[in-house]
Design a protein around this ligand. Structure first.
Ligand code: PSU
Ligand code: MN
Length: 305
């Protein structure tokens, strides 16, 4: 086992006994949602994974230790750390946080890396990064990670502000199946559908698990996206979401915000502009994705028996 990795006893036992485990990220806790909603949502996601039949493993870096399976107390402590003291860890940042003994919150890319190190096959989150509209050379590290790390990412697609057609093209080039879960189109995060057709659809956890199992049997070295739409009752109208995201993104540019700070700024500003409705859509889809991921991980464990 990797010398920088600490597995919680429950996670170690589960993995040793081929029980289903779902990885959960921590950037949404430290950079995506305000305290204490951040902690409430993280704990609700853990409960949803258990309800789905699997064991949740929230992942973060604590004083340089890559920790798989944070306790509720550790989640609360991480969430309460002062702004600027937790590094947002994508692939490029992980060795920095580990090497310098820092606190780090893992993004989709960072969490996929750690999940793969720990041999966890399924990961639940909100949305993945993508190709930026008007800047086709600005491609989120989440997409290249999906192209090189065999973990299934259960999410609600990507925000409509991104160039979603180009995002799908990059995923195709990277060999990443994008599987609609109960849908024929790519979900657009706050909104159920981007209108972009997908060629793969499943309607049950078992079908999703069979694809993940086959990818493993075929020695696929890349990841998969399982795209679950936000519930109809919590979704935002596409144009309302888009208007708020465009405005927030323009403000970020005007204020000189760039790089890793953009997504947290946009998420917070969109919540203000939509008077919190985007935030309830966000927490709703996070909890639902955790439930679906728990069910898929349980089906996958069943398949391997
Ligand atoms: N989408 C959300 N909330 C989040 C994130 C995405 O709705 O908190 C996080 C994820 O961890 C994702 C990261 O990997 O933001 C993407 O950041 P960037 O755009 O800087 O790659
Ligand atoms: Mn980006």
């Amino acid at each position: 086992m990797n010398p920088h990795l600490d597995l919680a006893p429950e996670i170690r036992d589960a993995l040793n006994n081929d029980q289903p485990v779902v990885a959960l990220e921590s950037t949404l806790i430290t950079h995506g949602l305000p305290y204490p909603l951040s902690v409430e949502t993280a704990l609700a996601m853990e409960r949803a994974v258990r309800e789905g039949g699997a064991i949740p493993a929230t992942i973060a870096i604590l004083e340089g230790r890559i920790t798989v399976g944070l306790t509720a107390e550790q989640i609360d402590q991480l969430a309460q750390r002062p702004a600027g003291t937790v590094r947002k860890c994508s692939r490029r940042d992980l060795p920095v946080a580990v090497g310098l003994g820092e606190y780090g919150a893992t993004t989709v890319a960072g969490t996929m890396m750690v999940a793969h190190m720990a041999d966890i096959a399924v990961f639940a989150t909100g949305g993945i990064g993508g190709v930026h509209r008007g800047h086709p050379q600005d491609i989120s590290a989440d997409l290249t990670e999906l192209g090189q790390t065999p973990v299934a990412v259960v999410c609600s697609g990507a925000k409509s502000i991104l160039d979603l057609p180009l995002t799908l093209e990059v995923l195709e080039t990277q060999g990443v199946p994008v599987i609609g879960y109960g849908t024929d189109t790519l979900p657009a995060f706050y909104t159920r559908s981007s209108g972009l057709p997908l060629s793969i659809r499943v309607d049950t956890p078992e079908a999703a698990a069979r694809i993940i199992g086959a990818a493993r049997d075929l020695r696929s070295t890349n990841g998969l996206v399982i795209a679950v739409p936000v519930s109809a009752e919590d979704e935002l109208p596409l144009d309302a979401a888009e208007t708020a995201i465009v405005k927030a993104t323009e403000e970020a540019e005007a204020q000189g915000i760039y790089g890793a700070a953009v997504t947290p700024f946009v998420l917070a500003r969109v919540a203000e502009l939509t008077e919190g409705t985007s935030r309830s859509a966000n927490t709703s889809l996070l909890i639902n994705n955790a439930l679906v991921a728990g069910q898929i991980a349980a089906a996958l464990a069943e398949l391997r028996r």
